[in-house]
Ligand binder design. Sequence first.
Ligand SMILES: Nc1ncnc2c1ncn2[C@@H]1O[C@H](COP(=O)(O)OP(=O)(O)OP(=O)(O)O)[C@@H](O)[C@H]1O
Ligand SMILES: [Mg+2]
Length: 288
Amino acid sequence: MNVHAPGSPGATGDSGLTVRDLVVGYGPVAALRGVSLRVPRGAVVAVLGGNGAGKSTLLRAISGTLRFHRGGIASGDVTFDGERISGVEPSGVVARGVVQVPEGRRIFARMTVEENLRAGALGVRDRGANARARERVLGLFPILAERSRQRAGLMSGGEQQMLAIGRALMAAPRLLLLDEPTLGLAPIMAARIAETIQEINAQGTSVLLVEQNVATALALASHAYVLEVGEVALSGAARDLAGDDEVRRRYLGIGPDADGGASAPGTPDAPGTPDVPAERRTLTRWSA
Ligand SMILES: Nc1ncnc2c1ncn2[C@@H]1O[C@H](COP(=O)(O)OP(=O)(O)OP(=O)(O)O)[C@@H](O)[C@H]1O
Ligand SMILES: [Mg+2]
């Protein structure tokens, strides 16, 4: 199956992110049971799955933050551009160009917007790179310039998500890990975040996007993996998954004989699928 994004013709087997046979546990609790995936350089790849499937665990394993959750990698490895990053300190993973926006945004609520952005750039020594990152972030999210002196915790959920993404971009990542960036947002704000993810990718940053919103994720990604209880149950080109009867029925809530709807993921301006009821667009639960 072709996992190379159309925009990355030069991608080799080693460029981008490679996760191999990852087994992860929290003490005796097995959360990932042999997960493998690829994010080719330049691509947007989606990881879908219901609650507890292991999506956040996967991102933590990549970013080196598992230990903060009392978890650990039992076997398998993660490489980025051919270099092993599993076992590397979180700050080292960031320095190698892989930055995570954690679930639930986790901005510093008592700090100002500006202080949050500066915190994202702490590891960046190069002033020029810093200025370019700031310019990029404020270009993507002008509201962050307008609110620079405001306490971050006073902003709306959508604005806080923008700040969380902006803070991550201050470290000038080559690969951005996004954990459910549209969760809990009003549809219009979720659509704005989705558009911004596309723009970030168009600017040259690869994205590994964890989502329960299947329609949004399949509209943005070139390739997707579905996690079920710690294993990859399904993977393929996003276009194929969005058009697959089984996926449409189980994950998008559309019958095999339904037409229209989510069949064409090439509508990035409107990532939500308007004719699917909102409550059926998420992967909250399903049976294997
Ligand atoms: N800190 C932890 N300690 C123990 N078990 C955990 C911990 N974090 C997650 N788990 C368990 O690991 C499994 C995977 O959880 P994870 O948070 O990765 O799922 P998820 O797909 O991100 O779910 P959600 O959609 O609810 O965010 C679940 O069984 C969960 O209960
Ligand atoms: Mg999660």
